[in-house]
Design a protein around this ligand. Structure first.
Ligand code: SF4
Ligand code: SF4
Length: 129
């Protein structure tokens, strides 16, 4: 059993996953500015990093943001001046929330998923465009 989870908080798991220290974050908010789905979030991507650094694990794992951030989206990673892979971080946070039995926090699936499913459906039906 990895007791380090309780000693150091989830920040350690995240940093091990991305092989980068979260202290690299400049707290510049460029990630949020480049995210088309910011309005759906309760924590901005910048705040997720800030809260992880402050060991506010419960707030992060109980946020809507970690469930609504797009899978495989690199929209903010390419904007981020230090290349913080937020999509990867959110995936780790979802995994950890699930491991702790925390239910997803959203009333409806993200527009991101709606769009993905819409595109998949039309691909399946052989439609173009
Ligand atoms: S763009 Fe990058 S450096 Fe700036 S707040 Fe977001 S994660 Fe941090
Ligand atoms: S990974 Fe995509 S959805 Fe998530 S915060 Fe960045 S731009 Fe927004």
């Amino acid at each position: 059993m990895r007791l380090r989870i309780h000693e150091d908080g989830i920040r350690t798991i995240v940093e091990e996953g991305i092989q980068k220290s979260l202290t690299a974050c400049l707290q510049c908010s460029k990630c949020g500015g480049g995210c088309a789905h910011l309005d759906e979030f309760d924590l901005s991507p910048r705040q997720v990093i800030e809260y992880l650094l402050d060991c506010l694990d419960e707030q992060v794992l109980n946020s809507r943001t970690i469930w609504l951030c797009g899978k495989n989206c690199t929209g903010c990673e390419v904007i981020c001046p230090v290349g913080i892979p937020l999509s990867e971080i959110m995936a780790t946070l979802r995994k950890e929330a699930t491991r702790r039995g925390i239910e997803p926090k959203y009333e409806q699936p993200s527009l991101i998923y709606h769009k993905y499913e819409h595109c998949s459906k039309h691909r399946r039906e052989g439609e173009e465009g």
